[in-house]
Design a protein around this ligand. Sequence first.
Ligand code: SME
Length: 153
Amino acid sequence: MDYGMLCAQARSLAEAEGWYVALMANASALLWETLPDINWAGFYIVRDGALTLGPFQGKTACIHIPRDKGVCGAAWRENKTMLVPDVHAFPGHIACDSASNAEIVIPLRDAAGEVKAVLDIDSPTPNRFSEADRQGLEAFAHEIERAMKGLEA
Ligand code: SME
């Protein structure tokens, strides 16, 4: 997986359009067409005290995730990437798509370091995401996070 290329594409998407909804929509489409062996890729945005479904690719998903629920809630609460090799072994995992077996969730932060959104990617293959995937996808998320200045709007 060429994460350098993926990040360069994310950067040019962010330069083309700074509105976070359009950027997240194209970013999820880019992940969907580039990353092998995934069944969901998209964003949840912090809104009214919960994570709320944002732009994504994949099956319809749950709309609200509280701070104390799911892998996404843990990434928000702990302000760190959650790399989960087996979602069935993760307490509180929310099964939106029963095909999901592994996932990675990466927080997107504002300039003060506060989590404003998360990037959630699911796979049907247990142990799908490696350390290299974590580093590459954190760099990808960083390109998106730069363009989130208007997130409150
Ligand atoms: N897996 C997430 C829920 C969202 S769906 O995967 C799209 C979680 O447990 O946080």
